[in-house]
Design a protein around this ligand. Sequence first.
Ligand SMILES: Nc1ncnc2c1ncn2[C@@H]1O[C@H](COP(=O)(O)OP(=O)(O)O)[C@@H](O)[C@H]1O
Ligand SMILES: [Mg+2]
Length: 322
Amino acid sequence: MDVKPGEIYGIIGRSGAGKSTLIRCVNGLEQPSTGSVLIEGTCITTMDAATLREARRHMGMIFQHFNLLQSRNVIDNIALPLEMAKAPKHEIQSRVNQLLELTELENHGKQYPSQLSGGQKQRVAIARALACSPKIMLCDEATSSLDPRSTLSILELLRNINHELGITMLLITHEMDVVKSICHHVAVIDAGEIVEQNGVIEIFTNPQAQETKELLKASSRMEVPRVIKDLLQANASRDSGTILRIAYHGASASQPIISYLIQQYHIIVNMLQGSIETIQDQIVGVMIVEIKGDRENVDKSIAFLERNGLHVEILGYVQRDP
Ligand SMILES: Nc1ncnc2c1ncn2[C@@H]1O[C@H](COP(=O)(O)OP(=O)(O)O)[C@@H](O)[C@H]1O
Ligand SMILES: [Mg+2]
């Protein structure tokens, strides 16, 4: 895996896939049995303990369960890493104030973790992670125990931090929606192996690995409807319909293309599922359709779609009454 400076790199996989283990290899808490981790060209895996501690100071970490000290108020939680780095008192104070403002916690400085909502707790954890001005931030399921609204606000905060401070982020999640909203690139991990990595738009429009397709289904609920799924066959037979997943982004608008198909190739297009959304300023459309017509025209239609920059995947064939 290669993460470019300043980007938000997502790592997605189901529970137990090895995401946390991977991130623990990056901060040196875990030693990989083979391979190495380089940060700005320096190898983490062969560092001695003192150098590693110093290197870790330049990495901020946030977790699913916030890991705040219950006995310290917000200000003292944020100050902790600065105290450990033996920063002078006045410096700590001004840095903490800066961070309270950045995370919109100005009015909560004296409160204790037990008095805060989940979203506020994660803001404290983010402020603490930023205390020593890290270049890298590692986020392990940072939004997984938050409600949808807090999730959005935390993701927005992370996006702003990345954008304004240029901090590189490695962001672990099991949800495609998180990847969709803030990641630039993403790696899909399954059973301890990276099975696919690509830009976010490519992952959504043209997924390759089976695991990626499963994760996409779980998030968008874009699946072949049950009644059709039960009839799905791997091979075409005479007058069977062809079930396609069609995806496109940006300039290739779908509507005129589909209308053209119907006219030009005398096929029937039956829309089964569809969604159009904006992912990071790009329009991304995905649909599942059934097309029927004579075999040659169906093949020509698929070739036509691909020529026009749409991604087409044949999901199977169905034989059913019109
Ligand atoms: N590359 C790997 N090779 C062997 N075992 C692994 C690997 N990655 C993870 N594991 C093991 O799989 C289990 C789950 O890993 P974990 O990183 O906690 O998954 P996740 O965070 O994705 O839920 C752990 O017991 C871990 O030791
Ligand atoms: Mg984990």
